[in-house]
Design a binder for this molecule. Sequence first.
Ligand SMILES: NC(=O)c1ccc[n+]([C@@H]2O[C@H](COP(=O)([O-])OP(=O)(O)OC[C@H]3O[C@@H](n4cnc5c(N)ncnc54)[C@H](OP(=O)(O)O)[C@@H]3O)[C@@H](O)[C@H]2O)c1
Length: 232
Amino acid sequence: MSNQLRNKKILLVGGSAGLGLAVATMAHGCGAQIVIASRAAAEKHEELVAKVGPEIETFSLDVTSETGFDHVLQEIKEIDHLVMTTRPTITPASFVETDLEQAQKAFETRFWGQCRLIQKVQGRIRPGGSILLTTGIAGEKVYENNSIMAVLNSATETLCRTLAVEMAPIRVNAVSPGFIAPKPQEVEHYASQFPSGRVASAAEVAEAYIYLMTNQYVTGTTLVVDGGARLI
Ligand SMILES: NC(=O)c1ccc[n+]([C@@H]2O[C@H](COP(=O)([O-])OP(=O)(O)OC[C@H]3O[C@@H](n4cnc5c(N)ncnc54)[C@H](OP(=O)(O)O)[C@@H]3O)[C@@H](O)[C@H]2O)c1
């Protein structure tokens, strides 16, 4: 495990479940100070302490709302890394049948939520720090009934590249996972065709975030962790 995260302060927005929780747990194991924010993170404080480890901080934050940021920022003051893993709700559908209201909410959660957060936090990132966005395989490979997620992911990847230039020397990177366990049986079956032969564990994808936080020469990069899923 990387020593370079020892005593580094990491704000994980969307760190209360799934992939974000795996990043929080791994970074805590590297000696980082962990701050988790999500809509229900504060309510789940004891549960998150049991899963991640002692001395973590938790805050209630809904990235779709303008309110709530000031309190979190006043409390945390400065950070080294900002990691965003909020998950939008999107019901798979053909483009013509897409619920556009739901699609707009998905953009509010992932895309505009990220933008809002970056604008609020950027002045508080210490030298050597970074911003990590989360995208996904649907930005690169075309899947049936996934047009909104595809556009959302592509927008996130473009934001990553443009911010890496505009916000330098703060580094800005993204992680693009393929399929992370647990998944329904039909997805597990589909994954048996991947070069990796299976879906990823959350910890395998979390390692990409640790790498991107610690390697001082990587910026503007979307790191794909998909077991070769995009190749078939
Ligand atoms: N899982 C996969 O197979 C996969 C594949 C490719 C890409 N991804 C991407 O990876 C990211 C994480 O996915 P996941 O499967 O780990 O998701 P998850 O388990 O559903 O966790 C999502 C996190 O986002 C938080 N969240 C949701 N809406 C929020 C809001 N409005 N404000 C603040 N926090 C919010 C949730 O906490 P609260 O409910 O407490 O707010 C939770 O901590 C997502 O961006 C997803 O699109 C996942």
